[in-house]
Design a protein around this ligand. Structure first.
Ligand code: BG6
Length: 488
């Protein structure tokens, strides 16, 4: 966030990318840096140093990265100047020699991005620290860690302890890429910059909240990672909990990173997930079987590459949680996410309480659908408020109508990867959009009983690829007299 003068150019620094030949670096990180260069937010003294075990040199890496820069931009001054500043260091992440070489090649400010498999997070930071590369004598030194941050509470605590034994929290930037999305950042402005919403944003008016991240894509080539992970671990304690925190947090006193993160941590610590005895009724897991999703034929999950034939991994998860705070007590939050579903749809629905019906008793109005505020995160980006209006005519009859705001109508969005703000913030040292150790651990702690119980329970329920998810997910809400907002 800025004071209105527009964002300042980031300080000169070296971005060291571990895993520079990987998908994340090629598809997202370097294209984002390029967008920042185009926006004049990256100074001349900025450089990228890619580290990976592949046998290659500077030119080879530049070529690999260029393949993901739009064709029409490759000849531009912006790309050509960035391209020249990309260097390569071939090295094993677990060998001291790599870090000795790195220490020679990095001076001044540096940001280390761990775009690697998660087993390297601990070792890389320990070796960077041992080689004294993380000392801030000559300039700032910051470490960006991608998800997955642990695979349960114990492993997340362990990883936090390992990192914090090397560097303080202020040097650690834990990435949750959902926080890079404009629409997610907008939640704070919508809530705290408008009387309209915040005045009714509590358990007096809100009946329940639904948070959905549905995808049409199947697991495709990610079987190895996904089969060991599953939908719950992949999306819920991290991405969906970040959305929940944005919706449920109390107003911070400023946009200062600690002020915002303290409020988020506070609300995350108040989340009560299902206890062991409640998992059966408060959590649902599903697994897709063959169907057609997003214009693609999808096989049974069990027939996907790199999936164990006796796998019990879920590709869909839904869970009901409560927040034990004065604002939210009594308001359930229903979270769901799934692969190979009928539509790509990430949204938050706040459903309001019913109004008194007595006034309408003697009219033709059969029922009064409750008001709903929908925050659309993707692929549509915007907000819509659904409310009742009188149908024209002599009788009192009602119809549900909608007031819609679409980002694309109000603003020029341009092509963005979603990592620009995260990278820029890391360069300027703003941790607002990064996860703190306590936030990560609170997410895992709330899901611990579900993870434990699913580990020993039978099989997930089948749902057809291209559908809405397993039938039990409907039951989860139906049991409370509610139903999911339809997808798409
Ligand atoms: C990632 C998950 O963190 O988020 C993926 O590992 C998922 O499985 C992705 O597809 C969703 O992100 P987005 O930005 O495409 O909604």
């Amino acid at each position: 966030m800025t004071d209105g003068a527009g964002p300042a150019v980031a300080p000169a620094a070296t971005l060291v990318i571990f895993g520079a030949m990987g998908d994340l670096a090629r598809r997202l990180l370097v294209p984002s840096i390029f967008n920042l260069v185009r926006d004049d937010l990256i100074p001349e003294g900025f450089a990228i140093l890619g580290v990976s075990h592949h046998e290659a040199g500077d030119e080879k890496l530049r070529g690999e990265l260029e393949a993901f820069i739009p064709k029409e931009e490759r000849g531009s001054d912006a790309w050509q100047s960035l391209r020249r500043r990309i260097g390569y260091l071939q090295g094993d992440f677990e060998q001291d020699a790599t870090y000795a070489e790195l220490a020679k090649r990095v001076s001044g400010n540096a940001v280390f991005y761990l775009a690697t498999a998660p087993q390297f997070f601990g070792p890389v930071v320990e070796k960077l620290a041992a080689a004294r590369v993380l000392n801030e004598d000559e300039g700032f030194r910051r470490v960006l860690v991608e998800k997955p941050f642990g695979h349960d509470l114990a492993s997340a605590r362990d990883l936090n302890a390992r990192l914090l034994a090397c560097i303080p929290e202020g040097q650690i930037y834990r990435v949750d890429h959902f926080l890079g999305k404009e629409t997610v950042q907008n939640i704070m402005v919508a809530r705290f910059g408008n009387h309209l919403f915040e005045a009714i944003w509590n358990n007096r008016y809100i009946d329940h909240v639904q948070i959905t991240a549905a995808e049409t894509v199947s697991i495709d080539t990610r079987g190895k990672f996904y089969d060991a992970t599953g939908a719950l671990r992949d999306m819920v304690p991290n991405h969906l909990f970040q959305l929940l925190a944005m919706v449920a947090m109390e107003p911070p006193n400023s946009f200062d990173a600690e002020a915002v993160r303290n409020e988020k941590a506070k609300v995350l610590a108040a989340v009560r997930g299902p206890r062991a005895a409640e998992v059966e009724t408060h959590a649902v897991r599903g697994r897709y079987v063959a169907g057609r999703a997003g214009d693609k034929d999808v096989p049974d999950y069990l027939k996907e590459a790199d999936v164990a034939s006796d796998s019990r991994t879920e590709t869909y998860a839904a869970v009901k949680v409560e927040i034990e705070s004065w604002r939210w007590v009594g308001v359930p939050f229903y979270l769901r996410t799934g692969k190979a579903m009928t539509a790509r749809d990430t949204e938050i629905v706040l459903q309001f309480k019913p109004v008194a019906f007595a006034l309408f008793r003697d009219t033709d109005v059969g029922q009064l659908p409750p008001n709903r505020l929908v925050l659309q995160i993707q692929p549509q980006e915007g907000m819509s408020l659904r409310f009742l209006a009188k149908k024209p005519g002599p009788l009192v009859d009602t119809a549900e109508v909608s007031m819609d705001f679409a980002y694309a109508d109000a603003f020029t969005m341009g092509h963005r990867t979603g990592y620009e703000t995260l990278l820029y913030d890391a360069f300027i040292g703003d941790q607002t959009l990064f996860q703190r150790a306590d936030m990560i651990e609170a997410g895992w702690a709330a899901m611990e009983p579900v993870l434990e119980s699913w580990q020993t329970a039978g099989q997930p329920e089948d749902y057809e690829a291209g559908g809405d998810g397993p039938a039990d997910a409907e039951t989860l809400l139906a049991r409370d007299g509610r139903h999911w907002n339809s997808l798409g």
